[in-house]
Design a protein around this ligand. Structure first.
Ligand SMILES: [Mg+2]
Length: 294
């Protein structure tokens, strides 16, 4: 297969998806924001994991509280993207030998504050020696049986929404301090029956691309309706990563009632095509490639 950067991150994940053993009892395995696993007659279990590495997700200068906070927040965002509630976490740390205990305590202060806020119990983990600081959190969650919102549920005619403004997350530092949209996900689950959902980690165009691919549909975005943060242009709004807002589709009937979030477009039939409709009704075809590690 050659080097992973020749293959690309998503082709690598695709290979894993095809080659990993997975029994037919698994509701949803590789290929969504979290796995969905049978748990009881009333509930499914959600399972996700995220690794944060010095130099990739944060720098030596990033305050340790925020490193810890972000590591958990990214996982929480994935549980929100399934419409679920987080429950238990295990945390693995790779630490350079000279790391001070005060520094580690600060990382955990950041984690614990957020864990308390969202009632997540930290129930285990591992610590190892490492050249760079690495933190991996695996998080479990729960959702009513059969109700997890997958990327594959969008249908032509669905309306596309985001929960908040986009772009400039890295430049502004918001990627370290964002609030995972768990509360918003619960509102959606109770009242608006989202058909497909994902959290925006790779960028609007890239993550919408994942919904289009899994749902085998296309989309038209209205450039004038995409909410942007201050001093952020449309390109950044489309392609910047780590906003961690929820991107979801709802059926037209539900869309009419949904006023508290931003309606930005509609799902269409053309498989994997993402169109952007501009001010003068000019339509262009967009790339759906978002951030990739390789
Ligand atoms: Mg995600």
């Amino acid at each position: 297969m050659g080097a992973v950067n020749k293959l690309g991150e998503f082709a690598l994940i695709d290979w894993m998806r095809k080659s990993c053993f997975c029994s037919s009892g698994v509701t949803k395995g590789i290929g969504d924001d979290t796995a969905v696993l049978p748990f009881s007659t009333k509930e499914d279990m959600l399972s996700t994991t995220d690794m944060s590495v010095e130099g990739t997700h944060f720098t030596k200068g990033t305050p340790p509280e925020l490193i810890g906070r972000k590591a958990l927040a990214r996982n929480l965002s994935d549980i929100a993207a399934m419409g679920g509630t987080p429950t238990y976490a295990v945390i693995s740390l790779g630490l350079p030998k000279t790391t001070t205990t005060a520094y580690v305590q600060k990382i955990y202060r950041g984690i614990n504050k957020l864990a308390k806020q969202f009632n997540v119990s930290i129930v285990g983990g591992d610590t190892v020696k490492s050249d760079k600081l690495v933190i991996n959190i695996a998080l479990l969650g729960k959702v009513a049986k059969g109700k997890a919102v997958l990327r594959s549920g969008a249908k032509p005619g669905d309306q596309i929404f985001v929960t908040g403004p986009l772009g400039g997350s890295f430049k502004s530092g918001r990627h370290l301090t964002f609030t995972p949209r768990l509360k918003e996900a619960q509102i959606l689950m109770k009242k608006f029956h989202p058909a497909a959902m994902i959290d925006i980690s790779d960028g609007l165009a890239g993550d919408l691309g994942h919904i289009l691919e899994e749902s085998k549909v296309g989309a038209v975005l209205d450039a004038t309706k995409i909410p942007l943060h201050r001093n952020v242009d449309l390109k950044a709004g489309l392609y910047d990563g780590e906003d961690f807002e929820l991107l979801f589709t709802v059926r037209p009937n539900d869309a009419e009632k949904l006023k508290q979030f931003y309606r930005i477009g509609a799902i269409v039939k053309d498989k994997n095509k993402l169109y952007l409709c501009g001010k003068n009704d000019q339509v262009i075809l967009l790339k759906t490639k978002g951030f990739t590690h390789f």
